[in-house]
Design a protein around this ligand. Structure first.
Ligand SMILES: Cc1cc2nc3c(=O)[nH]c(=O)nc-3n(C[C@H](O)[C@H](O)[C@H](O)COP(=O)(O)OP(=O)(O)OC[C@H]3O[C@@H](n4cnc5c(N)ncnc54)[C@H](O)[C@@H]3O)c2cc1C
Length: 428
């Protein structure tokens, strides 16, 4: 045991049952909100003191939004709940037999534990990619990517030869899911509308954007039509899309593809997959492929009565979901809310729990101005209509009135001015 496991984290003593939620993403915050006013102490633990709206990270990375618009401090929007406590720390492991979580500030006792730790970037064991590629999974990644893109253009102004110039101005984005498609589209908009003015000395025709996808189509989680539309939009925007193509290696200068082709670039954005973040100490038998935790219909982790998991880290295997639900926001939100209702029942001694049923509200991705795709039930929408729906849904789900307002103002301004005004290189 480490020192931290010997000391008790200072959380007010209570005679009430304590519910500890690890992770304040979509799953964790909707759960905490559902538990407002219950007869229990709710303790949220996260390694950041803010919630991040991950679907808009790519806009921070490509200078479209300022970082503060897509995050919200937990204490600000949950602190009003009387039974709510927050601790900024990382959970190192669970000690299920003792009903404790070990954190970097000491151990915390729980009566009910909810693991909502989400997922992190999956490099599929490729050490070179992990070393040189830029991921996009959290706010820090988004700011680093923004810095990197802008720094490459600043360096391009001083490039000594054409080869160096090309490698600074060319971008490779890996992964044809929503993240890759959105980043590639946003880079293309920078090339068309922002960089010609900012870097007038550079020939923007030299800026190539490659999108690499291992499967034969884009947006695998969506309909064929959405995939085809996204491909057509990106090609129209001058993105070079390579389907059925994998990345074999990257040394920081040259990307080698499965076809043998090599691309010189100083920028490889890795959006090719995620793996769940289970906590140490959980029975390994409950950990499935891709690190997700096997949970039952009540989100109870296999082998435990009082340990639950929601969101990306949870895999609710059912007849219609042999591989669990997609690792996107809605399953996390709905699981958080359903578990909240079930915990209320448990607190009242009612063991008749409500099984989780996923209501698929559809999926969408945006490619650029007036260009998005949306699958809503049997409706397959593209173009301007899908783009408006995308804007509306994203503003709706942002946390906090100020964020909604700022994002809306930013988008209206960008729409009419074609500008992306957050072109800041922020160094340590
Ligand atoms: C770039 C990007 C774009 C996306 N776009 C979309 C989209 O358009 N639509 C969509 O539906 N979904 C999208 N997603 C997926 C969606 O964001 C996730 O499915 C969702 O965030 C999962 O919620 P969660 O609560 O499971 O985990 P997360 O939101 O990832 O939250 C996990 C939290 O746990 C904390 N944490 C992790 N480990 C520890 C630990 N040991 N100790 C303390 N705290 C810990 C983290 O700091 C984090 O706050 C996108 C994801 C990314 C990265």
């Amino acid at each position: 045991m480490t020192t931290s496991s010997e000391q008790l984290a200072r959380i007010p003593d209570t005679h009430l049952p304590r519910i500890v939620i690890v992770g304040g993403g979509f799953g964790g915050i909707y759960l905490a909100q559902t538990l407002s006013g219950v007869n229990a102490q709710v303790v949220l633990i996260d390694k950041n003191n803010y919630y991040t709206f991950q679907p808009l990270l790519y806009q921070v990375a490509t200078s479209g939004l300022e970082s503060s618009s897509i995050v919200a401090p937990f204490r600000k929007f949950l602190g009003k709940q009387k039974n709510f406590y927050f601790r900024l720390t990382e959970v190192l492991q669970v000690l299920p037999e003792q009903g404790l979580v070990e954190t970097s500030i000491g151990v915390i006792h729980y009566d009910y534990l909810v693991i909502a730790t989400g997922a992190s970037t999956n490099y599929y064991g490729m050490a070179d990619i992990e070393k040189y590629a830029i991921p996009l999974k959290n706010l820090n990644d988004a700011i680093q990517l923004r810095n990197h893109i802008l720094e490459k253009f600043e360096a391009a102004l001083q490039a000594g030869n054409k080869e160096e110039l090309n490698s600074l101005m060319d971008f490779v984005v890996v992964g044809g899911g929503p993240t890759g498609v959105e980043v590639a589209g946003a880079l293309s908009e920078l090339r068309s509308h922002v960089f010609p003015q900012d870097y007038k000395e550079l020939d923007l025709f030299r800026m190539d954007i490659h999108l690499i996808e291992a499967s034969p189509r884009l947006l695998n989680g969506m309909s064929d039509e959405a995939g085809k539309n996204a491909l057509a939009y990106l090609q129209k925007m001058g993105v070079e899309v390579k389907l059925s193509t994998g990345v074999k290696s990257y040394d920081g200068n040259v990307v080698t593809l499965s076809t043998g082709e090599q691309i010189q670039t100083k920028t490889l954005v890795w959006g090719a997959g995620v793996k769940a973040n289970p906590l140490k100490g959980i029975n390994p038998n409950a950990i499935l492929k891709n690190n997700r935790l096997k949970v039952n219909a009540f989100n109870q982790v296999e082998g435990y009565e009082n340990i639950f998991a929601v969101g990306d880290v949870a895999c609710v295997i059912g007849e219609t979901t042999p591989n669990g639900h997609p690792m996107v926001a809605q399953p996390a939100i709905q699981q958080g809310q359903n578990l909240g209702e079930n915990l209320k029942r448990l607190l009242k001694g009612n063991k008749n729990l409500k099984p989780f049923k996923y209501f698929d509200k559809g999926s969408m991705a945006t490619i650029g101005r007036n260009k998005a795709v949306a699958d809503i039930g049997n409706l397959k929408i593209g173009g301007f209509a899908a783009w408006v729906i995308w804007l509306f849904i994203h503003v709706l789900f942002l946390v906090g009135f100020k964020n909604k307002l700022f994002v809306l103002i930013n988008w209206i301004n960008s729409y009419f001015s074609y500008d992306k005004s957050n072109r800041l290189i922020i160094k340590r």
